[in-house]
Write a protein that binds this ligand. Sequence first.
Ligand code: SF4
Length: 377
Amino acid sequence: MSSLAAREPDLSWSRAVISWYRSHKRDLPWRDVNNAYFTWLSEVILQQTRIDQGTAYYHRFVETYPTITDLASASEQDVLRLWQGLGYYSRARALCATARQVVTDHGGQMPLEYDLLLGLKGIGPYTAAAIASMAGGQDVVTIDGNVYRVLARCFGIYQDIAASQARGLFQAFGQQLLPAGQASDFNQGMMDLGATICTPNKPNCSACPVAVGCFARQNQMIEALPVKNKKIKQQVRYLHYLAITTDGIGLWLRMREGKGIWHGLWELPVLETAKDMDWKELSDVADTTIPEGQENLWSLLLPNLPVRKWVAPKHQLTHQTILANFYVLDIAKSADIEPMSDFLTTLGYQYLDQAALEAVPKPVLLSKFLASVSIAS
Ligand code: SF4
């Protein structure tokens, strides 16, 4: 008996998954395309993204960059712009870097072997296994949240899936379930089973092809499995963005430098506070932290009265809740317009007209603001 699971892996179980998949598989545009580049694109887009949302982006990418060489030649700004709205922008930056590496190191052909794929920047074990099995026909199992859940429940695996050793243990266990030459259908069947039948809440056991002998079902352990102990600490952030205009049309923005989730996207001048504040508190209170080197700018900006305030809907990221206020500030008539413009320019901000505002890649919150609020006085 395996020390990991309460039940032994057996290939008849896997055949039931494959046969169910062949008659129930979801009709998804990246399936059966026999193109490793398209498989990779779909896998990257679908990380952290719902299928209905990801499908539109997949089509957009395939149409704009039909080959990996096209993607490798694109500017990061154009790729970020196309990615806009999907979040987790590091994925878009990694797409560019990986595509360029494939052109440089592999002559523009996406490798199909698991080990070579793992050698590419931005491709981890899951994506490497997905490409190697679906596009390369290699016998390697994919392990993601869906697979953890199905295996933990069906085979009675109590291993904490948040622990660092979990992936290796589940991978070794799943590998024993893989019928030779059928990794593509097995892996996709496991994904579909986890996504549509063995869901986190209220799994549809009566429609499950592997319900007979399911450990969790027999032992009333469905809610307890898989075990996940790591608590994600949520951070609440209070951000105050300034939409500064001089003509009611354009705004001052700059491209965010350095590391972080919004790196490479365009942003408005912003202040962060430890709690929520209105404009008066923001300009009065001593504990408003002004970013280093921006003191001169904010000492000129904060005494002005905004013409409009927009409270953004709560924006949930994996580890952060963003509560943001946007203030429209028209400085056309301010006596300090020249020094303000000089300070903004020195800090890297540019005055963008409507067309430029539309064209640059932006965080979702900024797009929502622009779609919701008029900046004209
Ligand atoms: S029987 Fe229910 S709990 Fe067990 S694998 Fe199927 S859907 Fe999941």
